[in-house]
Structure formats: C-alpha cells, structure tokens
Design a protein around this ligand. Structure first.
Ligand SMILES: [Ca+2]
Ligand SMILES: [Ca+2]
Length: 247
C-alpha cells in the first residue's frame, strides 16, 4: 500500500524584512510532516533567490548552497524541522523587492495535498537618493564680471550603503569663460564632468566654479544645469537629480 505523508511549509521568517543592500539577515524555514506516515528524502528547492548572497547555515550539511537544495533524510509523522540560513542582500539589490519562495518539491512518499508545499516572503531593500543643488553668488552680473557657481551633491539616506562612481555633468555655457574650480582635479571644464568616487550616507560634497561673463552677452540670460548622470546604485527619486540656475 502506498505511503502518504502530507508535507507542509509551516513558516518562513526573516530577522528583518526591510533592509539595506549588504545587510546580513537570518532566514528561518520550518516544515512539518502532517502524516500519517513518516517522510523520507524530503527535497526543498529554491530556498534563496539569486539576489541574496549565502553566508552560512545550520543544516549540518543537509543544505547545499551550490544547488540551493535542502534534503531532509527523515521526518516522522507530526514532526517539524527547521533550517536557518544567514544571507546578505546582494550587490545591485538596492531599490528592489526580493521574493523568497521555497518549495517542498519531492519526497519518497505520496503527498496528498500540494497546496501547502510552498511559502513566499518579500524583502524590501531600501534605495539610495542623491540630490543635486546649485547656486550662484550673483544672479545679475555685468559683462566681464567673475561669478561663482556652487554645486552641492548630497546622499540623502540613512542607509548603510555608500553611493559610488558618481558622475555629475555641468556643461558651462559658451557665454562663459572658465577660470578655476576647487574640485582638486575632479572637474573637467571641457566635458563638464565632475567625478565623485564615493559618498557615504548623509554626506555631501561641494564644488565651486569661477567663470567670467563673456563680452557680447549683455541682456542675455545664461543658463547652467548640473545633473547627476550616473552612479553604481539605484536612485529612489530622479526628480532631484538636476539643478538649474540662470544669470
Ligand atoms: Ca503537502
Ligand atoms: Ca535622486
């Protein structure tokens, strides 16, 4: 006579469900054999999605992090079994929702109810937000006068993740002549590119550019835009990535 063992995915818990990229969490998987017979060679697949980086587990060799499969050799009727896996929110996961969706996908016995064999849990990975600001020290200069633009780039989050390889572009109007800047060589006045290697959470960085108003520009409005072109992470809010001043 065929043996019946109704395996159930009972709980799937995380030590945190809202976190930053790079944070470490513990996922606890709990399965139960609702019987009536003992279950053997129970196979659970898809424990970790690709965006979670495996750190360690307490399965005593039953979990294979290479294949992402947990094999429980034997579970008596009415018994439960737990597996705890420590993971990190992997590179590039900021600003995304990660769904953990493991499945009890096989055992030696017949499972009479397949509707209780999986669970799903969403993990929210906070995005970054970089903000660009720009101002000028004199908005009504005369021809030949020197004015000072100030650019400010700010990391607005309290997340633990730094923003890296940030590229800001501020192309000077042809009605201006570049004189100097205080970026320490990180601003190229020809391409308008300002490189910022890294900004930690809450940090801001400023740069001043001195320019002279060209002759023949009397009565003109001169616009300048500073814009965040790229960085390695995801940006929560793109509406604050650009700042504009007019003189
Ligand atoms: Ca079942
Ligand atoms: Ca932004």
């Amino acid at each position: 006579m065929a043996q019946n063992s109704d395996m159930e995915f009972q709980t799937l818990q995380s030590s945190a469900t809202e976190l930053d990229e790079g944070d470490t969490i513990e996922l606890t998987f709990k399965i139960k054999n609702q019987g009536p017979n003992s279950a053997t060679n129970v196979i659970i697949t898809d424990l970790l999605p690709a965006s979670l980086t495996y750190v360690s587990d307490d399965g005593g060799g039953e979990y294979n992090s290479g294949t992402n499969v947990w094999t429980a050799p034997s579970i008596n009727s009415g018994a439960t079994k737990n597996l705890k896996i420590t993971v990190k929110a992997g590179p590039g996961s900021n600003g995304t929702t990660i769904t953990v969706n493991p499945v009890i996908s096989g055992l030696d016995q017949n499972d009479p109810d397949l509707t209780n064999n999986s669970l799903s849990l969403d993990l929210i990975i906070f995005p970054l937000d970089l903000e660009m600001k720009k101002k000028v020290n004199n908005s009504t200069p005369e021809v030949g006068e020197i004015i000072e633009y100030e650019l400010e780039l700010k990391h607005r989050n309290t997340t633990t993740l730094s923003a890296t390889n940030i590229i800001v572009q501020d192309i000077l109007s042809p009605n201006l002549t570049y004189i100097s800047d205080d970026s320490g060589g990180n601003y190229n006045p020809v391409t308008g590119v300002w490189d910022i290697t890294s900004l930690t959470p809450g940090q801001s960085v400023k740069m001043k550019i001195l320019v002279q108003i060209n002759s023949g520009t009397s009565g003109l409005n001169i616009n300048n835009v500073a814009r965040i072109i790229a960085f390695d992470q995801n940006d929560l809010d793109q509406s604050n990535d650009e700042a504009f001043v007019e003189v």
